[in-house]
Design a protein around this ligand. Sequence first.
Ligand SMILES: *[C@@H]1O[C@H](CO)[C@@H](O)[C@H](O)[C@H]1NC(C)=O
Ligand SMILES: *[C@@H]1O[C@H](CO)[C@@H](O)[C@H](O)[C@H]1NC(C)=O
Ligand SMILES: *[C@@H]1O[C@H](CO)[C@@H](O)[C@H](O)[C@H]1NC(C)=O
Length: 975
Amino acid sequence: MASPMLLLSATVVLGAVHLISGYSFNNCIEDPYSNGQSFKCIHRKEKNMSALINDLPPSAINLTVCINPLWHIPNKSFVHLPNLQHLRIDDNHLKIIDQYAFQNLHQLKSLNLSFNDISDLNPSLFKDLHNLTFLSLTKNKLKQLPEGIFSTVLNLDTLIMRQNFLTHFSGIAESVSHLMNLRILDLCFNSLTSLSHSNASLPKSLTTLYLCRNNLFTLGCEHSFLRFIQLLDLSYNSRLPTMAFQGVDLRHINYLRLRSTSVKVVEFLNISNVHAGHVDFSGTGLKNDTLLMELCKQLKKKVKEITYLRLSSNGIENLTYYTLSSCPKIKGTLDLSHNQLKKISLNFLNNQTNIKSFSAEHNHLTSLSSCKTQHYFPNLEELSYRYNRILSVGSHAFYCTRNIKMLKLNINTISFLHRNALKGLERLEMLRLDNNLLTDLFNNTFEDNFNLQILNLRNNRISVIFNGTFLNLRNLTTLDLGGNKITHFEQSGLNGLKSLSKFYLDGNNLKQIDTSLYRVFQDTLTVLDLQSNQIRFLTKDIGSPFMNLSKLSDLKLDGQRPHGLTILPRTLFRGLHSLKSLYLTNNNIIYLTPDAFDDLTDLHFLSLDNCCVGVTQLQPGVFKNLRNLRKLIVENMGIQNFTKEVFGNLTQLHTLQLNRNVMEQIQVDALESLPKLHYLDIRNIPLSCTCKNSMLQNWTIHNPNVQVVYLYNLPCPHDAKLKLYNFDTKVCYIDLGEYLFFSTSVVIFLFTVTPLLYVKLYWKMKYSYYVFRSWFSEQWRRLREEEENCKYDAFISYNSSDEQWVMDQLLPNLEGNGSSFKLCLHHRDFELGRDIVDNIVSAVYSSRKTICVVSRDFLRSEWCSLEIQLASYRLFDEHQDVLLLVFLEPITERQVSSYHRMRKVMLKKTYLQWPGSGCTDPTQAQALFWNQLRRAMRTGSRLETEENDKSKGCVTESKEHFETHTSDENYYLLP
Ligand SMILES: *[C@@H]1O[C@H](CO)[C@@H](O)[C@H](O)[C@H]1NC(C)=O
Ligand SMILES: *[C@@H]1O[C@H](CO)[C@@H](O)[C@H](O)[C@H]1NC(C)=O
Ligand SMILES: *[C@@H]1O[C@H](CO)[C@@H](O)[C@H](O)[C@H]1NC(C)=O
C-alpha cells in the first residue's frame, strides 16, 4: 500500500525540481541589473539563429546579437520573445531573412540590421512591426526596396539606409511616402543619380534628409518636393551642378551642406530661395580673398546678419583685413577649421565684434602672439585652435578676446606657454591644454583664471608642480594632470584648490602618496585617480594618506609601475567611509591583510583583477565589512579556495567575477551565503568534474536567481568533451549516509501512513476478504443449486432496538397483507453456528434487496455498518440496485456524514422516511409509505414523483437536511 504513495510523492518532488530551470544561456549574457530584460549574444561561433537565442526568456526587451557568423534568420525566430523593444543584429553575415522572421514582434521599437550582407528584403518582412520607430540597414547590399516594404511600419521615425547600392530614388520615395511619422531619412553612400520621384511625395514629417556621397548629377524633382526639409545634406555629390537647384523650393532649410559638389555658391544663392545664412560653405572652393569677398557681398544682399559662417575645408591660406569686411554681421560662429592658415591675427575680423565663437582647428598655425593692441572682441565666448602645430603661446595672446569662457589649445605642440599668456581671462571656465609639450607651469600662469572650472593638462611633460601654481583657482572642480611626468608637488603646490572634486594624476611618476597634499581638498574631493604611477610601499605601517578625504567616492590605484604596490599597508584606506569604488588591479600585491578594507563600509565596487602575486591566500574576514559591495572582480588572482570564511559577508553582492583562478572546487555553502548574488562568472577555472563539484553542478543548474555566465560551455579540465554542468554525478550520491537517510525516510513514512490507511481502508480490506470468500463459496454453491439463486426478496438489516417496529409494522405489511414478499431477518433466518459475517454476506447475496432500517441506534451498530457496506458495494461495484433505506426517525446529514458510504447511497438512491406520529394524517401517509416500499422492492427502480406530493407534509423535515443536494421534485429519489 505504501509504495505507490511513496512513488507518487517522489514524482511530485522531482516534477517540482524540473520546473525550476537553470539560469544560464548557451550563447548570451543577461546584463546584470537588467532583471531579465536585456541580453547580449556577442562574438559566439554560432551560425544558427535558434541556437543563439532559443533559451532566452520572454521577458527580454533588449537583445543584441553581434559579431557572429550568422547568415540566416529563419521564420519565427523571435516568436518566443514577444516583448522585444530593441533588437540589434548588426555586424553579422546576414544574407537571408525569411518572410516571417520578425513575426510577433509587435512591441519592437528599434531594429538594427546594419553591417551585414543583405541584398534582398521580403516585402512582408516588417509586417508585424507596427511600433517600429527606428530602422537601420546601414552597410548592406541593397540595390532596391521591394514595393510596400514599409506599408505597416507607420510609426517609423528614423530610417537609415547608408552604405548600400541603392540606385533608384523613386522607389524609395514611394516606399516612405505614407510614413507620416518619418523624420529622418539617411541615404548617404549609395548610388543615387537624381531625386526623380514619379508622383510620390515625401511625408510632411520628414525634415532631415541625408543624401551625401551619392552620384547625384541633378535633383530632378518637382518644385515643392523638398519643401518640408530642414536639414539637407548633399555633400560629396561631385557632379551636382548649381543649376540643379533652379526652381527647387528650399524655403524651410535650416542647414544645407554642399561640400564637394560642383555647386558655385555665389551663383547658387542667386537662383535659390534658400535662406543664405543657412548654407554651410565648407568645402565649396572659396579659397582666396576674391572668392570670399564675392560671397560676402552676395550674402549681404540677402541678409543683414547671420548666425553661422562656415568656411571650413576651403583651402584658405591667409586672411586679410578686407576678406570678410563686406560680410553681414556674424552673430554666432565663424568656422575656419580644416584650412591652411599659417598665421592668425583676429584683425581680419575688424568689424565683426558680435561674433561668439571662433574656430581655426586643423590649420597650420605655429604660434599665437600677443593681441593686446588689436581689436577687442567682448562677445567672443569660445575659441578653438585645436589640431594645429602651435609651439608657443606668447604673452597676452588672448587679451583681445578676454571674455572667453572656453579655450581649446589641445592637440598642438605647445612647449612654451608664456607666464602671461592667459592674462586677462577672468571669465574662463574651461581650458584645454592637453596633448602638448608643456614642461613647466609658472606660479602665475593661471593667476587671472579664478573662474576656471575645468583645467585639462593631460599628456604634457610637466614634472613638478611648484608652489602656488593653482593658488587662484578657487572654483576649479576638475583638474586633469594625467599622463605627465610629475614626481612630486612642492609643499603648497596644490594650495588654493578649494573646490576641487575630480583630480586625475594617473600616468605620472609619483612615488608616494603624500599625506600633506590631500589635506587641502578634504571636504571636496570625490574622484582621485592615481593609476599607473610608481607608488610602492615597503612597509606595512605607513600613515593613512586618505584619512581626511571624507567625500572621496572613487579611488584608482591600479597598475603601479614597474612592479606594483607590492605591499598593501594595513591602514592605507583608513577613513574612506564614503568610498564607492576602488581599483587595485595589476599591482603584484604580496599579501592582502585581513583588515585592509575594514573602513570601506560603503564600497559598491572593488576590482582586484590580477592584483596580486602568484597564488593568493585570501584571509578569512578580508571582506567582512564590505556590507554594501555590489560588484567584486577577483579575476586572475590565483585564488585556490573559494570559501565562506572569505566571501561570506558580502550580503549585497550582485556580481562576482571569479574567472581565471586556480581553484578546483567551489564550495556551494560559500555561494549560498551571498543572498543577493545574480551574476557569477566562473569561466577559465579548472573546476574538476568530480564528486567534489557535484553540489556545485546541482546548484548552478537549479538556482533560479544566479546567472552563471556561459555555464553550458564550461568544460571539464581533463576532458573538453565533458561539461561541468552535466558530468555524471550519480556515483557521488551512492554512499551509506544516503542509504541510511533513505531507509529511515521510508520507515517514518510507513509509520505515518499505516494508521491512516487502517482507519480509511479497514472496511474495504475486510470487505474484500469476505467478498472473495463469499464469491468462492457462491461459485461452489452455484454449481450445486443453480436454480435457487435468490432465496429472499429482501434482507432486512436493522438494529435490535428497532425490532419492535420490524415485527409490528414491516413484517405484516410486506410478508402478510397480500404482499407475500419473502424477507430474511437475522434472528429468524440466520444459520445457527455459522460465522455471523458469513451469515450477513450470504444473506445480502441471496436476497434481491437489502432494506436498511436506519435509526440512530442503527448507525451506532457496527454490524449494520458492515451490512450497509456490503450492500452498497454490491450496488456500486456490480451495478445492481439492491439497497433501500428506510429512515425511522429524521436523521441529519451531519449524523450520517461519518458513514461515508451511506451518505453516498442517500445522495444517489432511494430512501424512504417513515411517517411517524408527527404527521397531519399518519394513517394515510403510512399507507402510501408501504405502497412505495412494495413497489421499490418489486422493481428496484424509481418511485413515481406524483405520489411524493401527497406525503409532503410528513417529510419536510428530512428534506431540509439534504436540500443542498436535491430539488423539490426529486425529493425521494436523488439522482
Ligand atoms: C534597452 O535599450 C534602450 C535603448 O538602447 C535603453 O534605453 C534601455 O535602458 C534598455 N533597457 C534595459 C533594461 O537595458
Ligand atoms: C504597440 O502598438 C499597439 C497598437 O498597434 C499599442 O497598443 C501598444 O501600446 C504599442 N506598444 C508600445 C510599447 O508602444
Ligand atoms: C582666386 O581663385 C580663383 C579661382 O581659382 C581665380 O580665378 C582667381 O584668380 C583667384 N584670385 C586671386 C586674387 O588669387
